[in-house]
Design a protein around this ligand. Structure first.
Ligand code: MG
Length: 249
């Protein structure tokens, strides 16, 4: 069942997501060659708590850190580690979740570490654009898969692939609520979107094949072919006036 939120609840979710957005802005400035992923996690954890929220990923199904930090061919769920040091030319995806006054915030961004290759630049641009195109279809009375289709079309037009095994999701008092939001599919299917739905839309895009696997740490998801992967995510609310991006400053 898809839980509709009242304007009051959406307002609280906006605050939860504003803390996520501010944490991204703060961490963006710390990303440079030489910093460890554990340090990024520590700074992010402190920032979230200083702003009155809890890092919702911490302990979620046993996840051992507050922020997912995924480098290069790592797609999602990278575990921060003091031995993992960012290098010039890397791309790094940060996925950040907050819990604030009973509601969740969730957004992800992929950043460049110093100067990155042309291909990596294109990957970041196309993934960000795919998210924007998906959000533009998040309209009252559209079908859910209109979002999925817009994302997949843009990614494949640019000769990249969308990950199939991980998907976007409804969000609210629970971090993961119905519906699941695949980043692929034909338009016109799935539930009809309605004012009051709150969705985390999150394309994960690979330079090579869409296939992924999970490492022995049971968390880190990597591309099977070792190609680069990017991840952009926003939490939005459906309104009759169009999608409202809650995790954008
Ligand atoms: Mg998410």
């Amino acid at each position: 069942m898809i839980i509709l939120k009242s304007p009051r609840e959406i307002n609280i979710m906006r605050k939860a997501n504003q803390i996520v957005a501010k944490t991204h802005e703060y961490l963006k400035n710390l990303i440079e060659p030489g910093i460890s992923t554990a340090e990024i996690n520590k700074k992010g954890d402190e920032f979230i708590r200083e702003h009155g929220a809890e890092p919702s990923f911490k302990g979620y199904r046993g996840f051992p850190a507050s922020i997912c930090v995924s480098i290069n061919d790592e797609v999602v769920h990278g575990i921060p580690n003091s031995q993992r040091i960012l290098q010039e030319g890397d791309i790094v995806s940060l996925d950040i979740g907050t819990f604030y006054k009973g509601f969740n915030g969730d957004a992800a961004r992929t950043f460049a570490v110093g100067k990155i290759s042309k291909e990596a630049q294109k990957l970041l641009k196309v993934t960000r654009e795919a998210l924007d195109k998906g959000i533009k279809k998040a309209l009252h009375k559209n079908h859910l898969s209109d979002i999925s289709h817009a994302i997949q079309s843009h990614v494949e037009k640019n000769n990249f692939s969308v990950v199939r095994e991980y998907v976007g999701h409804g969000i609210g008092t629970d971090m993961h609520e119905a519906p699941q939001i695949p980043n692929f599919g034909s338009p016109g299917h799935g539930p009809v979107l309605k004012e009051g739905m709150t969705l985390a839309i999150e394309p994960m895009v690979n330079v090579g094949d869409f296939k992924v696997k999970t490492l022995d740490d049971n968390w880190t998801v990597v591309t099977e072919d070792g190609s680069l992967s990017a991840h952009f995510e926003h939490t939005i609310a459906i309104t009759k006036k169009g999608p409202k991006i809650l995790s954008k400053i």
